[in-house]
Design a protein around this ligand. Structure first.
Ligand code: ZN
Length: 321
């Protein structure tokens, strides 16, 4: 359902199978800003009809901000460039290579656990990526700290909130105290539309993610706006940020628990910790679970609590120290 969440801030749902996936339109008196594009086809099927309903002409959109490198957020960038001819396509410089190239996204983000951890995408998944992504080269690279003036004194601030990806961006509206965080905080489990557990929280860099969660909580937002969860007010937003932090602590404890004195492959660690962390169908979420769990293994390795070895095929194997 599409709604005006706060003055000028519109939440627009785009198709993502059984999961919710929202983009946000900030419509000011002078210009409008769109955060994310959804998967290929979303601009035409979901975003343009909503702009039309709101009376926002496509020429008023001056910035299409991609929150981060994931196909459900930048998959329709090519169509967005065509639909919004006066807009610049912008993202954080740390995610720009993947956002600008579907093949770079497949190899460097989704394929990052193939060589060393033995997690290879199926032909079906690869075909889905290629059907769902129509990428475009960004026009403008950002760092966080920038502000955008939308007219009549309304200015919003860009925040660099890494963790889920290195270059994740969020927007802060000081006027409504809305934090548009997209996937910068991911709770305990990504839900389906009907509230069933769909997917683990796919943060990748644990320390960055914790810093981001603290930073978002310190804003004391009145609204926490994500891509895949319902709209949260101040109270439910704070609970959500706490739960996001709680999952990180639980995941780290489960990883340590899962490692015996004998070597375990990454896939074995994932299969052991998965059922303790969420009610997901473990085999279908293995590749997603690798994001946080490899993140925890690397973090524990850095402080000397876990050792990484490699087998004859070059696959990582882990043991507690
Ligand atoms: Zn997402």
């Amino acid at each position: 359902m599409n709604v005006e969440i706060a003055p000028g801030i519109h939440r627009i749902d785009t198709p993502l199978g059984e999961r919710r996936c929202s983009v946000y339109l900030l419509a000011g008196s002078d210009s409008a800003l769109l955060i994310d594009t959804g998967l290929a086809g979303s601009v035409e099927s979901a975003i343009l009809p909503e702009l039309d309903r709101l009376g926002v002409e496509p020429e008023r959109v001056r910035l299409v901000l991609i929150s981060h490198a994931d196909i459900d957020h930048c998959g329709d960038a090519e169509a967005a460039k065509r639909a919004f001819p006066r807009a610049l396509l912008a993202c954080h410089h740390a995610d720009a290579a993947e956002i600008g190239s579907l093949e770079a996204m497949i190899e460097r983000r989704y394929g990052q656990f193939a060589t060393e951890h033995g997690l290879v995408d199926s032909a079906e998944t690869l075909a889905w990526y290629r059907a769902a992504g129509r990428f475009a080269e960004p026009d403008l690279l950002l760092a966080g700290g920038e502000s955008f003036a939308l007219g009549s004194g309304w200015t919003v601030d860009l925040l660099h909130v890494p963790g889920h990806s290195r270059g994740h961006l969020a927007l802060w509206d000081p006027h409504s105290r809305a934090a548009i965080v997209i996937d910068a905080a991911l709770g305990r489990t990504l839900p389906t539309r009907s509230g069933e557990p769909a997917f683990p929280p796919t943060y990748r860099d644990v320390d960055d993610y914790l810093t981001t969660l603290d930073r978002l909580a310190a804003l004391e937002p009145e609204l926490v706006l994500t891509a895949h969860y319902s709209t949260m007010d101040r109270t439910s937003g704070m609970v959500f940020l706490d739960e996001s932090r709680g999952f990180v602590a639980d995941a780290e404890a489960e990883v340590l628990d899962a490692l015996g004195n004998s070597l375990s492959s990454t896939i074995e660690v994932l299969q052991r910790v998965g059922p303790a962390l969420g009610a997901w169908p473990v085999d279908t979420v293995l590749a997603a679970l690798a994001f946080p769990i490899v993140g925890h293994l690397e973090r524990l390795e850095a402080v000397g609590r876990v050792r990484r070895r490699h087998d004859a095929d070059g696959l990582a194997a882990w043991e507690a120290t």
